[in-house]
Design a protein. Structure first.
Length: 240
């Protein structure tokens, strides 16, 4: 069983596919690999410092709000009911981590690298993740209102039952990302790569996207009509 520690040291064609199947290029994310049981974490003075490392830990009910640190590494750990709002964590690295009912509102995680990470029932209002690298990341029942995910690189990423209203995905690589039953109203995706992304069950009211960026995305026939209207096309039924 891992021991807890905390230390410091120095182009494809446009696709319209109404069938409930996973489109080519979409891969379900792998879930975190967590050992059991996980002992409670011990942080010096209850704070995250530069180059802090934590492995095999359980973080429960901690208030880490407004803390700042660089190059923090967390592996095989579980965060439950932890307040991480307004944290500034540059070059954060997470591997096999689960966040459950945590508050990340207003947090800024620049150049964060996430691998096999899961967020369940978390608040990420106004969350900022510039130039993020996400691999096998799964979000379920999360609130993302007005978050900024500029330039994020996503591989095997899924959003399920999430509110993504007014979220900025500008210049992000969303290739193969699954948006299942998500609200993307007023979201911006200008310059985003959407080849293989599955948007069929998402709400796209007012979404801002360049027509060319949708090349290779999978949407429903109803969404095709909405997208056409958003880009100024006139859709009419055949006249009898």
């Amino acid at each position: 069983m891992p021991r807890p520690y905390a230390s410091q040291r120095p182009p494809r064609p446009f696709v319209i596919n109404p069938m409930p199947v996973t489109p080519p290029g979409t891969r379900k994310p792998q879930r975190p690999r967590l050992p059991k049981p996980l002992p409670l974490a011990e942080l010096p003075e209850g704070r995250l410092a530069d180059r802090t490392q934590c492995a095999g830990c359980q973080f429960t009910g901690l208030d880490l709000a407004e803390q700042s640190a660089q190059n923090v590494l967390v592996e095989q750990s579980h965060f439950r009911n932890v307040n991480l709002s307004r944290t500034h964590l540059s070059r954060l690295h997470l591997v096999d981590v689960r966040f459950e009912r945590c508050d990340l509102s207003g947090a800024e995680w620049e150049q964060a690298r996430l691998q096999r990470v899961e967020f369940a029932g978390c608040r990420l209002l106004g969350f900022k993740a510039f130039e993020a690298d996400w691999r096998d990341v799964y979000f379920t029942d999360c609130q993302f209102g007005m978050a900024v995910l500029w330039g994020a690189q996503c591989q095997a990423v899924a959003f399920e039952d999430c509110s993504l209203r007014e979220v900025s995905f500008d210049e992000a690589d969303l290739s193969g990302v699954l948006f299942r039953r998500c609200d993307l109203s007023e979201a911006t995706m200008r310059g985003a790569k959407l080849a293989g992304a599955d948007l069929r069950s998402a709400l796209l009211n007012g979404v801002q996207v360049n027509p060319g960026d949708l090349k290779g995305a999978t949407i429903s026939p109803e969404q095709a009509r909405l997208i056409a209207e958003l880009i100024g096309m006139v859709v009419k039924e055949d006249e009898l």
